[in-house]
Design a protein around this ligand. Structure first.
Ligand SMILES: Cc1ncc(COP(=O)(O)O)c(C=O)c1O
Length: 384
């Protein structure tokens, strides 16, 4: 006889707990910036994706409040029916200008942008090559597309080329998909080499700039700007929920790509449009990223300082070229223990464990608003 649903789920939860993979929400009770209050304990926050500190910026808050006053809270329908406001168009033009593309399309989240775009572009006769450490939304988008999927070794262009030589000719279209900054490692994809490979093997290249936008590039536009590369083959994708300080996702590319997605992308067509408040806050966030370079400079000062402080210890972090630094751990139980200890010293640093990542690690994400003593005290706590 098969288990009841309850029994089956209890068994699975038991296995998850035994492996130290069990996860729970943290109860945050105040404004979350570079400090955070969880369950009444105020701590320095090293877990936020709000890299530039914009999520609590008065101008984003005011833009959101003005949008609520003008348009109400919900957007009341999908973009093609009753959900489109002039604000959405303004935000899309701002993203296209920021990303130097003809057009952009805004989604209700980055996850939906990734799921929908990949599955709209690719089909059963096509091939998707993905970095093995790509974000869940990219992997699930590829699954949903029903294209043939192959993972190549993390950042390994030679391995990608070998796979392409073996199978490229058997498929119609081919899409290479990669995070620009890997969210759980902090390293950066070799985009110039990937573009060369895409050209050589007639592939498109999709780059998820979730953790690159606002952090990398001369104007904060991301990794593509950092490497100064542009191509009709590239599809840029990203989120408005990290350095931009709001919520939502986007695709940026040429006119025909965006026109196609407006007509074929299920996660854009069949869902309620991004709320007016989130849309207005994202627009304000992008304008600030473009006009206030000092925020990015402060962030990089903090990144370089924390790396330097780690260098002076025997704590060896993963190589990183971003605001994400990771300290490898033996296993999940060590991760939980160290995270709890550091927390007792007043620092919130989550342990990232399987199945999110293959091996456990402490993940530090830096903000422009961290102060020097936050970083120095963090290192002291880690050494203890
Ligand atoms: C690389 C990457 N892509 C996509 C997403 C999804 O973005 P969103 O939070 O807007 O759904 C995330 C994080 O959440 C991410 O880290």
């Amino acid at each position: 006889m098969t288990d009841s649903l309850g029994q089956h789920l209890q068994k699975s939860l038991h296995t998850i707990k035994k492996a130290n993979w069990y996860r729970q929400e943290q109860k945050i009770t105040d404004l979350s910036g570079c400090t955070i209050t969880i369950d009444g304990q105020r701590m320095i926050n090293f877990a936020s994706n709000d890299y530039l500190g914009l999520a609590t910026d008065i101008r984003l808050k005011q833009a959101a409040m003005d949008a609520v006053e003008r348009y109400g809270t919900g957007s009341t329908g999908s973009r093609l029916l009753s959900g489109h406001r002039t604000l959405h168009g303004e935000l899309e033009r701002a993203i296209a200008s920021f990303k130097q593309t003809e057009e952009a399309l805004v989604f209700s989240s980055g996850y939906l942008a990734n799921l929908g775009t990949i599955s709209a572009l690719m089909g059963k006769k096509d091939l998707i090559l993905e970095d093995e450490y790509n974000h869940s939304s990219l992997k699930n988008g590829a699954k949903l597309s029903q294209a043939h999927r192959i993972e190549y070794e993390h950042l390994n262009c030679q391995n990608l080329i070998e796979k392409l030589i073996q199978v490229r000719s058997q498929y119609r279209h081919c899409l290479i998909v990669t995070d620009s900054v890997f969210s759980m490692d902090g390293d950066v994809s070799p985009l110039p080499q990937l573009l060369d490979i895409a050209q050589k093997f007639d592939c498109w290249l999709m780059v998820d700039e979730a953790h690159g936008t606002g952090v990398l590039g001369k104007n904060g536009a991301g990794c593509l700007e950092h490497f100064e590369i542009k191509s009709e083959r590239i599809i840029q994708i990203g989120t408005l929920s990290k350095a931009v300080g709001s919520l939502g996702g986007y695709v940026a590319g040429n006119k025909v790509l965006i026109e196609f997605l407006r007509n074929r992308c299920a996660t854009w067509i069949y869902t309620t449009a991004l709320s007016p408040a989130d849309t207005a806050a994202a627009l304000a966030g992008i304008n600030i990223i473009r006009s206030e370079a000092h925020r990015r400079h402060n962030l990089w000062t903090n990144i370089n300082l924390l790396k330097e402080l780690f260098n002076q210890t025997n704590l060896k972090i993963f190589p990183s070229d971003s605001a994400i630094l990771c300290l490898p751990l033996e296993d999940a139980s060590q991760g939980l223990l160290i995270s709890a200890k550091v927390r007792s010293h007043g620092f919130y640093v989550p342990a990232i464990r399987p199945p999110t990542v293959p091996t456990s690690r402490l993940r530090f994400s830096l903000m422009a608003t961290h102060e020097i003593n936050h970083l120095q005290e963090l290192i002291k706590a880690l050494i203890q």
